[in-house]
Design a protein around this ligand. Structure first.
Ligand code: SF4
Ligand code: SF4
Length: 469
């Protein structure tokens, strides 16, 4: 994709040295318009991350992914295992949305919205800049022997990182177990809930490991979304890109000298200051072209813009642009591939909307007892059924009764029944009896209404068996 240099840079990655060992990257702290915007966006997202588990909609946690009790709530909308199909459609929709978004805007998600980037660049890295200083100081500190300054800074940094990881784990647990449960554990203390403390410490260690040591390798080596880029991106995709036409000119990049007439000498606008490389958190040189490691963090845009300003050239040598825009000055167009993805996306949104609208708050299932057909009793034929009611709402339903709606029939309940608790389940057994003279078929579909306090809350159907006439 428009690479001006040789392809040899693809033979290695910035995070691993020639001996195959981890090469720590010390990116310079970005400064500029985009970094400021990303900081503001991160404030919004981090606040949302912390607050969301404490927001309740009609008593449901705004976002809950309780895999242990199989309780899920998305935007306050409770999902039961029975609603799994909705979850599948939502996941499919998110995947198509991400694909479409990536085809058009490249890895913009990685730089601006991905939790890994937000936590690493906007939380942990900022703390690091505060304690260790900028790139130069960090590199010096690493080489420094273990003197008082290094011990003090390392202990301080690692303790703060541990505390932040522990805090993130607590919030993370709120999404998994519910904020009410986590608050209860906190109030009652760790001794009473030692198992929870162990879980918290496991999560903390994972976050600590990822953000303190593993870092950008999560994006480069582990993240499947990053791996997809090669398939999704094309020449029309908008990415953070180096304008090699302008930057290289006819005779390549050249350090800036005031007396040079760069136009006459055929030099491009890139003054080879390497600021774009020094700020890059994944350790790449964007001037080599689009690379898998690039998370579109925009740090190189800010660095280059500031250099361009210093030397008096136009900004935007590195900018959001497609390959075709740079090479052929072609403006952005909606391609057939983008149209196809958009149509599919709209269809999925439509299907999800319809399914959400049709989804009932109470689910009823009435099934004939396995192995049973019918019982003859005087002038009536009886079938025995089991029923299962699921209440997906946060209201209790009292005084539950059933009524056959499609014909004359009598329902005889077996044992205790009558209450369907909020987000609860009620099961039981019942008989349905029909007078022999009214029976016209050996198998009849019955429509049954479920009532709470005399108010119809759900209808369902079941099959009634009778002897052949
Ligand atoms: S190349 Fe630029 S946008 Fe990509 S990761 Fe590096 S600094 Fe960020
Ligand atoms: S920051 Fe801009 S001018 Fe400096 S090396 Fe990178 S692309 Fe060239």
């Amino acid at each position: 994709m428009g690479v001006q240099n040789k392809e040899s840079f693809r033979d290695s990655i910035g995070t691993i040295n020639k001996e195959g060992k981890r090469n720590f990257i010390f990116p310079k702290q970005p400064k500029g318009k985009f970094y400021n915007y990303r900081t503001y966006v991160s404030w919004v997202l981090l606040s949302f991350f912390v607050i969301a588990p404490f927001i309740k909609v009609k008593g449901n946690q705004f976002l809950l992914f309780n895999i242990f009790e199989r309780k899920f709530s998305i935007f306050g909308f409770p999902f039961w295992p029975q609603d799994f199909y909705l979850l599948v459609i939502s996941i499919l929709l998110s995947v198509v949305f991400i694909i479409l978004f990536t085809v058009v805007f490249g890895r913009i998600f990685c730089g601006w919205l991905c939790p890994q980037t937000i936590f690493l660049e906007m939380v942990f890295r900022k703390i690091e800049f505060l304690i260790d200083g900028d790139r130069g100081k960090q590199m010096k500190l690493k080489k420094q022997p273990w003197n008082a300054e290094k011990i003090r800074k390392r202990l301080l940094k690692w303790s703060v990182f541990f505390a932040v990881s522990f805090f993130i784990s607590n919030i993370f647990l709120c999404y998994i177990m519910g904020s009410d449960a986590v608050l209860k554990f906190i109030v009652e203390g760790p001794i009473k809930h030692f198992g929870i403390l162990v879980r918290l410490l496991i999560f903390t260690s994972i976050f600590y490991f990822v953000f303190v040591w593993f870092r950008e390798q999560a994006c480069i080596i582990v993240c499947p979304y990053g791996r997809l880029q090669g398939v999704l991106l094309d020449n029309k995709t908008i990415n953070v890109a180096y304008d090699f036409v302008r930057g290289e000119g006819e005779n390549g990049r050249k350090p800036f000298r005031r007396k040079d007439n760069r136009e006459e000498l055929g030099y491009g606008d890139c003054v080879d200051c390497k600021q774009c490389v020094h700020v890059c958190p994944t350790g790449i040189d964007i001037r080599n072209g689009t690379q898998l490691e690039c998370v579109n963090c925009t740090a190189c845009i800010d660095a280059c813009n500031s250099m361009m300003e210093k030397v008096g050239f136009d900004q935007g040598l590195i900018r959001y642009a497609s390959e075709d825009e740079i090479e052929k000055s072609e403006k952005f167009k909606f391609t057939p591939r983008m149209i196809a993805y958009s149509v599919f996306l709209s269809l999925l949104i439509g299907v999800l909307f319809v399914m959400l609208t049709l989804r009932s708050d109470v689910q009823a299932k009435i099934l004939r007892l396995p192995g049973q057909t019918f019982i003859k009793e005087g002038n009536t034929i009886k079938n025995v059924f089991t029923y299962k009611l699921i209440n997906k709402t946060v209201e209790n339903y009292d005084d539950i009764t059933f009524k056959v709606l499609s014909r004359d029939a009598k329902i005889i309940m077996v044992g205790q029944h009558g209450r369907l608790k909020k987000q609860g389940l009620a099961e039981g057994t019942m008989f349905i009896a029909i007078e022999k003279k009214d029976i016209t078929s050996s198998k009849e579909k019955l429509k049954i209404g479920v009532y709470s306090g005399g108010k119809l809350i759900e209808t369902t159907t079941t099959n009634f068996m009778a002897p052949r006439k």
